[in-house]
Design a protein around this ligand. Sequence first.
Ligand code: AMP
Length: 269
Amino acid sequence: MKIFKSINKLHNDVNFKANIGFVPTMGSLHKGHVSLIESAKKRCEKVLVSIFVNPSQFNKKKDFRNYPKDILSDIKILKRLNVDYLFIPKTKDIYKNKKYMKIKIPLKDKVLCAKFRKGHFEGVLAVMNQLLKLIKARYLFLGLKDFQQLYLIKKFIKNKYYIKVVPVKTVRFKNSLAYSSRNKLLSSKDIDIACKIAKRIYSFNLSIKRNFKNVSNLNNLKNNISKHNIKLEYLEIRNKFTLSKKINRSNYKIFIAYYLNNVRLIDNF
Ligand code: AMP
């Protein structure tokens, strides 16, 4: 695996005319990232992974500082997976000027996490824009775990870049908690709680699949989940194509965000 810390070297050594799959990450890799990389390996000649903890997408400095980092273990994982290229840029290489650090999102998209994490997706789109200017890959692999992120990135790059977005299924403990770098900040007791919450929503989703009228039980679910020692930010059912509230049995998705001991977790079912 070739490791690049500078853009010049990356541009000299990588043939961007080849079929390259790009997997952007913030490191602290887990089974979810591995699944993206494996999908990329199946579809592409070469796989390029980036690790960059993007400061402009954190709306709280403390959250940025506390974000789990483990570059040595990440490199081991990537080598084991036979990844071709790893790009580890520095903030000053990505953002040569402060004005590149945010890209506006439309008012109608300011729902769910965009409503509660002010400036977060503006930072996500900004980093994607900077990365895609540098990395002319053919495919971009993104996880459905971050559904709204995927939704906004897809919309943003549609008429701007040629790269094709490939969504990858969420990897989770059996019918339970989704893998996330932030899980590393949780105690085993908290992991148990997060697993219970995920299982509750999973069963609720099954009940809706059986009978759509069960969407009306959302408030019961909210009360049930709130009994755990968590701060629920939102639990909503929305249209997965538009993120509006116009739902029916074939377009709905359940979204949750909550804090467990100051660690913010998100998921969707
Ligand atoms: P992150 O390092 O958290 O920025 O995530 C990098 C990519 O991995 C994003 O496209 C995420 O959606 C994806 N990802 C994170 N967790 C999972 C998971 N449990 N299953 C599948 N993809 C994931």
